[in-house]
Design a binder for this molecule. Structure first.
Ligand code: SF4
Length: 330
């Protein structure tokens, strides 16, 4: 089996799929346009696939798979690329994970039951690089690390960045260190968060800004070091969920019922009940009613309380496991 993914997802998928089993499809770069589709299709044809599952609804992906001559092509009914699939599966299930798993029925395979939770594997090279970055900031393996991710591709999905810093201050008894993660584009947000944290003075946890200093594999490795992650409705929250790291996700213009919230027992969502929610499928650049109340009204105390609840569950689970390993109490 091979994976056709965006170039920035190669580092995410390769540790799971295996080296040489992931093909980058840069549809906005080298594989753009008709020439890009033909080139990619030719490369896939050379491998000689028996079947393909299109997990994206993209027309371009469907065209590539068709042009590659793959004999069995499965995708979602109603997708723009659906006319190019042999089997069209009606999406069913509340979470995106379940809808994606349903695609295997298009290959007459049984849907896995119970549905497996999303999973990611940490790349050892990235783990070593992140360990070095943290060590250079005075953060060692024994430090209880809070990872915060103030970024999002969409402005309306961002909780005010300074509040991530104030949150870290509020949780300074629970954590020894804070890492801000994100891309280079999130540098200004990281700066705001860290300035707010620095206002705490001498009692503040040690902090490091990792934004733009790692690749995607490094983001995964950074999150794998966390005791807890706090993120907007964005990639770092999903990474934490897939690694089994406790995560508090902050939702504003989108809602978990769309099916894209991190799943698992170590996840929590903080959101406000507002009549205007949801206002967008993916978020937007500006609040249509100009209040941005969905994010502005989420208080630091609420998020801290959610974080502490998750930590309490974790602590209880570790104590129970320690008791079980030790033979348990009479
Ligand atoms: S309309 Fe409501 S949900 Fe949408 S961005 Fe504005 S406050 Fe948030």
């Amino acid at each position: 089996m091979r994976w056709l993914v965006r170039p920035d997802a190669v580092a995410l998928v390769e540790p799971l799929a295996g080296t040489g089993r992931v093909v980058a499809f840069d549809k906005r770069g080298g594989a753009a346009g008709v020439a890009g589709i033909v080139r990619t299709a030719r490369a896939l044809r050379a491998v000689g696939f028996d079947a393909a599952i299109a997990v994206q609804r993209s027309l371009r992906t469907a065209l590539v798979l068709a042009a590659a001559g793959i004999p069995r092509r499965v995708g979602f009914a109603g997708a723009p690329g659906a006319p190019f699939y042999h089997r069209r599966v009606v999406a069913s299930g509340e979470h995106a994970r379940d809808r994606l798993l349903g695609l295997v029925s298009g290959l007459d395979l049984p849907r896995p039951e119970p549905a497996p939770d999303p999973r990611l594997v940490v790349d050892p090279r990235a783990a070593a690089e992140v360990a070095a970055l943290l060590a250079a900031a005075g953060i060692g393996p024994g430090h209880r690390l809070l990872v915060v991710a103030p970024g999002s591709a969409w402005a309306t999905k961002r909780w005010p960045a300074a509040r991530f810093g104030r949150l870290a201050t509020m949780l300074s008894r629970e954590f020894d260190a804070v890492a801000v993660v994100g891309s280079r584009a999130d540098a200004a947000l990281a700066g705001e968060a860290l300035r707010a944290l620095a206002e705490t003075g001498s009692g503040a946890p040690v902090a490091v800004d990792l934004c733009g200093r790692t690749d995607v594999a490094g983001l995964v490795a950074s999150i794998a070091r966390a005791r807890l992650v706090v993120a907007n409705d964005s990639a770092p929250g999903h990474v934490a969920g897939a690694l089994g790291i406790p995560v508090v996700s902050l939702f504003g213009p989108t809602v978990p019922s769309f099916g894209f919230a991190p799943i698992g027992p170590r996840t929590a969502v903080v959101e406000r009940a507002l009549d205007c929610r949801p206002c967008a499928r993916h978020g937007g650049d500006a609040c249509p009613i100009r209040t941005h109340a969905c994010m502005e009204s989420i208080e630091v105390t609420q998020v801290a309380s959610s974080a502490r609840s998750l930590l309490a569950v974790e602590d209880a689970a570790s104590h129970a496991a320690a008791g079980f390993a030790g033979g348990g109490a009479a």
